[in-house]
Every structure is written in structure tokens, then in C-alpha cells.
Write a protein that binds this ligand. Structure first.
Ligand code: KIV
Length: 256
């Protein structure tokens, strides 16, 4: 049975929640088998899969294709799909595009900011994960948000609004640890932090960063759990060497 938004809600205060971004079938199988309860088909696929500088180049077509691939793989994890830039400008567009992501297998959607739009998607009966702090789709500059009192107040107000809107959880990206702590204490839904300190109810990382697959800029909050790009490079070198020396294919690799 797959994990539901209610299961995630109940994890607040009982056990920390692990979420990873996921973009394809094989990786989704591995993450699901590892027991990761939440897989986010993030629009960070624009950076780590498609090679763009920013996530704003990601389209609905990109999100539908990758969400479907992840959804085909999972047995237990809950699949959340990002609404890409420009896909939730109006209430009607937001609901239509959320429904399309559900139709290919997402269990919930994640818009960035916009509590009023999140409220409309929730009203349509669709589960929503909120996202506040650094909003990469619209941010002028990437970096920590909520350092000054006015911005911190705004983020806190939006967090309360997203809970009222009916969101089942909230991603907090790149906010000071103290603000992450205060929001986590102020709202009844789980906060899932990325660069938001140790007091959130859960943590999310971009899988390509934590696996050491992405060689671009690494923010301070990333912890590397593997160095897969090095392993891949070594395997490719070995393959090339064996082909060039006539070692591969061996007899066992030949069709009879
Ligand atoms: O797209 C993404 O990877 C995200 C995470 C940063 C939470 O939204």
C-alpha cells in the first residue's frame, strides 16, 4: 500500500521524514526499495537532467514524462510532482495541470509560493505540498531567504496560509535555521527542509547532489553520500579499455 498524505501528516512529531528528488524509473525503484517515503519529481530536473541553469525552462511535458516514469516504479513511496514555472498562473490552469500530473501517477503536486493558488488546488480535492523560502522558479538571485525581519514575517505568514489552504506538508528551502524552527513549531503540518536547518520535521536533498552525480555548484547544505560520477567514469574507462584490448565481449557474452 502506498504512503498517503495522511501518513505524512501523522509523521510530524513522531519520526523525521526523508524525501529525495527522483526523475526516472530505475532510481525510483532503488529509492522505493530503500524505504524513502516521499519521492519528489522536482523541477530541479531542469538542472541535473536537462542541463539548464535555472528551473524555469522546465515544461509540463518534461514533468509529465518524468512523473510517469517514477510512478511506474514505486510500490510504497508517495510521489509528489512539481508544477513547473508558468503552469499555475491562474486557478483554472493550476487545477488542470495538477490533474494532468495526477493522471500520470503523482499523488500530490507542489507549486512554489502562491498560497491563494495552493488553496484553489486543494479545494479541487488535489493534495498539495507547499514550498516557501527560496523559490528557484521566480527568485532573482539564489541564496538564503528570510534573513531580515520583514522577509521572515512574510514567509511565516505564507506558511500559516498554506496550512489553512489545506496543504499536507511544506518544503522550506534555504532559510535560516531559527526561522525553520519557528515555522515548524507554528504550524501543524510537517515541514521538510532543504538548507533550512536541523529542526524541520523532515529533510529533502536533490538526489543527484547527495549521490555525487551532479558536478555543478553544490550549496553548503548538501551532504554527499556517494561519489557516483567518479564510479561511472571509472566503469566507462574500464569498458573502453576492454573493448580496445578485445577483452570484452568474452565468450559468455556471445549469443549462441
Ligand atoms: O525541484 C526540486 O528539487 C525541489 C527541491 C529543492 C525541494 O523543489
Amino acid at each position: 500500500m502506498s504512503i498517503s498524505p495522511d501518513d505524512i501528516r501523522k509523521m510530524k512529531g513522531s519520526r523525521p521524514i526523508a524525501m529525495l528528488t527522483c526523475y526516472d524509473y530505475s532510481m525510483a525503484r532503488a529509492m522505493d526499495s530503500a524505504g524513502i517515503p516521499l519521492l519528489l519529481v522536482g523541477d530541479s530536473l531542469g538542472n541535473v537532467i536537462l542541463g539548464f541553469d535555472r528551473t524555469r525552462n522546465v515544461t509540463m511535458q518534461d514533468m509529465l514524462r518524468h512523473t510517469a516514469a517514477v510512478a511506474r516504479a514505486v510500490e510504497n513511496a508517495m510521489v509528489v510532482a512539481d508544477l513547473p514555472s508558468g503552469s499555475y498562473e491562474s486557478k483554472q490552469q493550476a487545477i488542470e495541470n495538477s490533474q494532468k500530473l495526477l493522471d500520470v501517477g503523482a499523488a500530490a503536486v507542489k507549486p512554489e509560493g502562491k498560497p491563494e493558488i495552493a488553496a484553489e488546488i486543494c479545494k479541487a480535492g488535489i493534495d498539495v505540498m507547499g514550498h516557501l523560502g527560496l523559490l528557484p522558479q521566480t527568485a532573482e538571485k539564489l541564496g538564503v531567504k528570510g534573513k531580515d525581519t520583514a522577509e521572515a514575517k512574510q514567509i511565516m505568514g505564507d506558511a500559516i496560509a498554506l496550512e489553512k489552504a489545506g496543504c499536507f506538508s511544506l518544503v522550506l528551502e534555504c532559510v535560516p535555521e531559527q526561522l525553520g524552527k519557528e515555522i515548524t513549531a507554528a504550524i501543524g503540518i510537517p515541514t521538510i527542509g532543504i538548507g533550512a536547518g536541523r529542526h524541520c520535521d523532515g529533510q529533502v536533498l536533490v538526489s543527484y547532489d547527495m549521490l555525487g552525480l551532479f558536478q555543478g555548484f553544490q550549496p553548503r547544505f548538501v551532504k554527499r553520500y556517494a561519489n557516483l560520477s567518479e564510479e561511472i567514469e571509472n566503469a566507462c574507462r574500464k569498458f573502453k579499455e576492454e573493448v580496445e584490448k578485445g577483452v570484452f565481449p568474452g565468450e559468455q557474452h556471445c549469443s549462441k
